[in-house]
Design a protein around this ligand. Structure first.
Ligand SMILES: [Zn+2]
Length: 308
């Protein structure tokens, strides 16, 4: 595709209820791939990359949109949830999309507005027993198929069991793995990345540093940050979209860095693979976004050390 044309028309009414076209003016816009990429010279190569994005909640959905704006060539969206009115307070689209599958909403919007990004999708939720709306396919097999050609597994599922599973699958296939999570109240969040051959530790090392000796600290969270609104089958966390976006966009920055690190004009690389972000202090007062970063080393108690 070389470009786009938008059309402006002037009209003149001859009589009531009659419109006659007097002239047509075409306003051309430069819209070729090089044109739309010109403002992002540091994202060279994004158009040749594929990201598998798992989870399209308040973290994953804005990441999908921002990856499309950043010129990602292929985006595979994995989710099985529908848009709920209650969650539109922190989701990119509102009441007009209630009841629609999140993968369908995002696919449609991206394909209509960002034609250089090809979107594919899987109706999967690896965190619960299979409830496949399109049949009885094996979800794990579907995700494994999705992984085959991916350059990055971007895990926004915010589910510890899914994190564990996907990080293992990515490690087996020697694929970069990136996960983002947000705390209760969206007071803060975490980003962790594992790059085969570059990151020293693994996802389980990260969890041991976090849960065990707390060498990596937890971001602050609201102790009252879990609610169960009427009509909601399971408890959900409180938190504003504009706070969650800080963590989501941090994840996209890390994704851009990872995807372009072997390009001549790539996004800056980082020596760290873990970021802990706080937007509030421990008592809930607002603070300027505060990042702490850590290299991901091997944890002496992790099984990956014992394998050596
Ligand atoms: Zn490990």
């Amino acid at each position: 595709m070389d470009g786009y044309l938008s059309m402006s028309k002037s009209k003149k009414a001859q009589k009531k209820d009659e419109i006659q076209l007097e002239g047509v003016f075409l306003q051309p816009h430069r819209g070729g791939l090089q044109d739309v990429s010109a403002r992002l010279p540091f994202l060279a190569g994004m158009n040749n990359k594929k990201v598998s994005l798992i989870g399209l909640g308040c973290l994953g959905a804005p990441c999908a949109l921002e990856l499309a704006r950043s010129g990602i060539g292929q985006l595979h969206l994995v989710d099985d949830d529908t848009v709920d009115l209650g969650t539109t307070v922190r989701w990119p689209f509102g009441s007009s999309e209630i009841g629609n599958y999140k993968v369908d909403v995002l696919e449609r919007f991206i394909q209509e507005n960002y034609p250089y990004t090809n979107v594919t999708k899987s109706f999967c939720n690896l965190g619960i027993a299979p409830l496949d709306p399109i049949g009885d396919s094996n979800h794990l097999e579907e995700v494994e198929r999705v992984f085959q050609e991916s350059d990055l597994v971007f895990d926004a599922s915010a589910n510890l069991n899914v994190n564990h599973l996907l990080s293992d699958l990515a490690q087996e296939r020697q694929l970069p793995y990136l996960a983002i999570t947000v705390t209760y109240g969206a007071w803060g969040g975490h980003i962790v990345r594992v790059r085969p051959g570059k990151t020293v530790g693994c996802w389980q090392c990260y969890r041991r540093f976090l849960d065990g000796d707390q060498t990596i600290p937890y971001a602050h969270g609201d102790p009252r940050g879990l609610v169960q609104p009427g009509g909601c089958g399971t408890p959900t966390y409180t938190g504003a979209g504009f706070d969650a976006l800080e963590i989501a966009m941090g994840g996209v920055r890390m994704a851009a860095s990872t995807l372009t690190e072997n390009e001549q004009n790539g996004y800056p690389t980082t020596p760290w693979d873990v970021a802990v972000i706080n937007l509030r202090n421990a008592t809930g007062e607002m603070i300027p976004p505060h990042w702490q970063t850590f290299p991901l080393q091997k944890h002496p108690g992790c099984a990956c050390v014992k394998k050596l």
